[in-house]
Design a protein around this ligand. Structure first.
Ligand code: ATP
Length: 374
């Protein structure tokens, strides 16, 4: 008889809207299989409704009870929220996932951009097969601090205000610099952390850069450098393999992470995590994709890789090695499934829809070894 695991993680599952539901269902299957194979710990899933559909049904995009339940969980796994045709009276889209970032103080948006074997980049240079960088998008202030507070004067002039604070920046940069150290120690990164800003034009970004330099002095083993946002967009297209960790303001990070997703195959391949000191939300970079919702075409890979990030975060935070092993099993299974070169998603003009990708990843997990992974 199997022993009852002593560790059980409580996960708040929020599928949200559109393809959020379609990618979440197979994701839970994949996570359960990885947990079963890794052994020694368990997961308890609490399904919660929030988003645009919830707003239509209940008048609230995320009720207080739902928020409280999510905040009590060990981690939050989110599909996608918001639908363009469902809006608040002021015309803005329903995005309670942004409220989660603000209310749970999830200051570090972690957006890994990694080429998956068998999923070729749009770049023809062979070095594009080795893209492996992480964009850290500050997620609680910057230009988004103005969300819901923008003004329009007499239909003549609109204003939004950028906010950069020392407290958030210090934590953000320390997080990014520690990630640079961890990536180098595990043989993935070169130990380079790049501050992306527009310090040559804006006072707020000069301040952002100044704090970056101050914090980087405590990490003399790393190469800490700067790139302007416009130059970083150019370099990400010309030579993305030269970057390791990039850290930037909220709005810049929003844009750069979609550019990064495009480099490695599309939105369906880009996972993300919004991490604070006590809570974290894991969700694909993509939105609810209403143009393909309900057709079985959504690529669930980003959702699977976001769940792997969640398992890795839980494993590190709670010192549960088998949770990190489960994370490596999912990542390894994704690599193995696509590595055959035969699995081509609808997103890339192929035949493989949501269930075909899920089946391939579940089958590949049986053959994955986690021993040789960092
Ligand atoms: P948001 O602003 O909510 O992040 P968005 O407006 O950027 O959303 P997405 O919903 O991310 O838009 O979709 C952008 C494009 O990428 C759409 O054409 C969509 O169909 C496609 N797309 C997004 N996610 C996936 C996926 N998982 N699989 C396949 N295609 C996807």
């Amino acid at each position: 008889m199997n022993a009852i695991p002593s560790t059980s993680f409580h996960i708040a599952v929020m599928p949200g809207d559109g393809i959020g539901h379609e990618v979440m269902a197979p994701c839970i299957e994949v996570v359960e299989e990885a947990v079963r194979r890794a052994g020694n710990f368990a997961m308890r899933f609490e399904w919660l409704e929030a988003g645009a559909d919830a707003y239509v049904a209940t008048g609230s995009a995320m009720s207080k009870a739902t928020f409280d339940a999510a905040a009590r969980a060990d981690a939050i796994l989110l599909g996608a929220m918001g639908l363009p045709h469902i809006r608040y009276p002021d015309g803005t889209e329903i995005a309670p996932q942004l409220d989660l970032r603000f209310d749970l103080d999830l200051y570090a948006g972690v957006r890994p951009i990694r080429t998956i074997p068998g999923v070729s980049s749009v770049l023809r240079d062979p070095r594009a097969e080795k893209i492996d960088l992480v964009i850290i998008r500050e997620s609680t202030e910057g230009l988004f601090a103005s969300r819901g507070r923008g003004t329009i004067e007499e239909d003549r002039e609109a204003r939004e205000t950028m906010v950069i604070t020392r407290g958030v920046c210090e934590r953000l940069f320390d997080f990014s610099l520690r990630l640079g150290q961890r990536r180098r120690a595990s043989g993935v990164g070169q130990g380079r952390v790049t501050c992306v800003d527009k310090a040559n034009v804006f006072t707020s970004f000069a301040f952002f850069r100044k704090i970056f330099d101050e914090r980087a002095r405590a990490f003399p083993d790393l190469l800490a450098d700067h790139v302007y946002i416009d130059a970083s967009a150019l370099m990400l297209v010309l030579k993305p393999w030269e970057f390791d960790v990039m850290v930037t303001e909220n709005m810049f990070g929003d844009i750069l992470s979609d550019l990064g997703a495009g480099l490695v195959g599309g939105m369906g391949y880009a996972p993300s995590a919004d991490v604070g000191d006590t809570h974290a939300v894991f969700q694909p970079c993509h939105g609810s994709a209403p143009d393909i919702a309900g057709q079985g075409k959504a690529n669930p890979t980003a959702m699977f890789l976001s769940a792997a990030m969640m398992l890795d975060w839980l494993g590190e935070r709670h010192e549960v090695a088998s949770a990190r092993k489960a994370a490596a099993l999912i990542e390894g299974a994704v690599d193995a499934a696509f590595g055959t070169g035969r699995l081509v998603t609808c997103e890339r003009g192929g035949e493989a829809g949501t269930s075909a990708v899920a089946r391939a990843v579940l089958e590949a997990m049986a053959f994955v070894s986690t021993e040789d992974r960092p």
